[in-house]
Design a protein. Structure first.
Length: 263
């Protein structure tokens, strides 16, 4: 009989999303060059690198958010469950339900806490009040916010602290049951205590989601991610297990970056 130990970790899930030979252009200016990455269920992948290296542009390409910007173009392929999300006729509305996005700064709507979380459910056509209420509670619990707001669900979301607003935005994304959660520097505007709570939420959510997070905080990447991908000047330099990246990266530029030699 094999005994488990505390050092054992759950096996990662199957590959959920892949990017293959992705190039990206703002007009005639190319900002991403031949990016190849895979993301698995029940894993957190951190995208790191200096400002302007293409991390956020790449992250937004995973949900076609860059299409909201004029005169942009992507070549290559991005698959979700082996389907090309850039294929003609692909349902973009459904894509953004399956692939949730949390932005750098909290973006609560000027509505109640309850209605912020229920928003996506109502847009999707859900009308059953009891089901909506259950989904709101479940989503707030998953975002580690329920105990803090359960007695003031009808209060304005704008009255929450910055950290609470960010977790509310996570709950809003979770309500429509995404399979992938993209996070663009979600803790950059938060204090250390709020950041810790956010990180705890991310680690809990990993049990059921594929998570990709852009962060400038090397310690944060080391704490919460399973894989780390280092970007530099629009190119993917290296991707490996986070422990390997921070202890003994294969590429010299990666080693220099994680030890703070530049960036």
């Amino acid at each position: 009989m094999t005994l488990s130990t505390d050092s054992e970790e759950p096996a990662p899930g199957a590959v959920k999303m892949t990017a293959e030979h992705v190039d990206f252009f703002y007009g005639t200016h190319q900002t991403l060059f031949d990016i190849n990455l895979a993301f698995r269920d029940r894993e957190v992948t951190a995208l790191i690198g200096p400002s302007g290296c293409g991390k956020s542009t790449f992250l937004r390409s995973l949900s076609r958010m860059n299409e909201l910007i004029g005169d942009t173009r992507l070549t290559g392929r991005v698959d979700l469950d082996n389907e090309d999300i850039y294929a003609p006729g692909y349902d973009v509305v459904r894509l953004r339900q399956r692939v949730g996005m949390v932005f750098q700064r909290p973006t609560p709507f000027p509505k109640s806490i309850f209605e912020n979380v229920a928003y996506g459910l109502r847009v999707a056509g859900m009308k059953n009040r009891s089901v909506i209420a259950d989904k709101v509670e479940e989503s707030l619990r998953r975002a580690a916010l329920w105990e803090e707001v359960r007695d003031r669900l009808n209060d304005s979301a704008l009255g929450l602290s910055g950290g609470q607003q960010q977790r509310l935005c996570i709950a809003r994304a979770l309500a429509v049951e995404p399979e992938v959660l993209l996070m663009d520097e979600p803790a950059s505007a938060l204090d250390p205590i709020a950041t810790q709570r956010l990180e705890e939420s991310i680690l809990d959510l990993k049990d059921s989601l594929c998570i990709v997070i852009v962060t400038h905080n090397m310690q944060q990447a080391a704490r919460i991610s399973d894989k780390t991908a280092f970007f530099f000047m629009g190119r993917l330099i290296e991707c490996d297990d986070t422990r390997k990246i921070f202890a003994d990266a294969a590429n010299e530029k990666t080693r220099d970056y994680v030890r703070g030699a530049f960036g």
